[in-house]
Write a protein that binds this ligand. Structure first.
Ligand SMILES: NC(=O)c1ccc[n+]([C@@H]2O[C@H](COP(=O)([O-])OP(=O)(O)OC[C@H]3O[C@@H](n4cnc5c(N)ncnc54)[C@H](OP(=O)(O)O)[C@@H]3O)[C@@H](O)[C@H]2O)c1
Length: 224
């Protein structure tokens, strides 16, 4: 079922996407056309571990050494390389975010399905952007799955990580070796349930590492 609160334009996407017979492809609304595009390139590396759910759920976050992820509604740093990486990681998937993070974006995320979570979905302004608004984190996952997307990216902020990390299979973290002031924190899960798979130092920021964590088998909370 499509999410309850959904814009008319997004409803059109749902029906177009549903007609697709290529479930592993990602159908994303473009302002002027609806196009089938390839799955995110990293999606080929990791098969969804839960065949009944059949969608990988990935947290993407930039986290300071002191756990800070946000300050006064924005990011506490300006690391363009990280924004580029975020774009590359999430292309072709669903990007799930809380309403405050959505409000902080300068514009729409192109070639991705943006799913906004709000307790007052009817009040979220989406007129100038293509986004689906849903009333709960679980509905956000369901809306991504119902569209046949192979990967859903949990993109913050603090509340969305807190609600959805238990369902995540993978974390793609930008670990920032700084201790900024902030008011939004990353709710680190128990790392005994995770194994660090890759750690790639940034080529331009000596205090930044890009780190992939994979959940150990059996510790993921099942969705629905
Ligand atoms: N460093 C990073 O990687 C990163 C990534 C993303 C965001 N951030 C930062 O994180 C901060 C924002 O985090 P945040 O926790 O304050 O806000 P948020 O998670 O972006 O959004 C919070 C909003 O989400 C909705 N929501 C939360 N739980 C819900 C639930 N169970 N059911 C329905 N709706 C729910 C509510 O919207 P309504 O009020 O509309 O009901 C709530 O006010 C910002 O500073 C942002 O820049 C950092």
């Amino acid at each position: 079922m499509p999410p309850k609160a959904i814009g008319a334009r997004s409803e059109a996407i749902v029906s177009i996407v549903r007609r697709s017979t290529v479930p592993s492809s990602c159908a994303i609304l473009n302002r002027t056309r609806c196009a089938l595009i390839s799955p995110a390139r990293d999606g080929r590396l990791f098969k969804p571990p839960d065949r009944t759910w059949n969608m990988e759920i990935v947290a993407v976050a930039a986290v300071a050494e002191n756990g800070v992820i946000g300050a006064e509604g924005g990011l506490p740093w300006d690391i363009n390389e990280d924004l580029v990486r975020f774009r590359e990681l999430t292309l072709g998937g669903a990007v799930i975010m809380g309403r405050r993070t959505y409000d902080s974006l300068p514009g729409e995320l192109k070639r991705r399905l943006t799913v906004v979570v709000s307790r007052s979905p009817g009040e979220v302004e989406t007129a100038d952007r293509d986004a689906v608004v849903v009333a709960s984190p679980e509905a956000a996952l369901e809306s991504a799955r119902s569209l046949g997307l192979s990967t859903a990216y949990v993109a913050g902020g603090e509340s969305m990580y807190a609600e959805l990390l238990p369902y995540c299979d993978r974390m793609e973290l930008t670990e920032v070796g700084r201790e900024p002031d902030g008011d939004a924190m990353f709710p680190w899960p128990d790392l005994d349930d995770w194994s660090e798979r890759y750690r790639l130092p940034s080529s331009s920021h000596p205090d930044v590492d890009y780190v992939t964590y994979i959940r150990r088998n059996g510790s993921r909370q099942q969705v629905l």
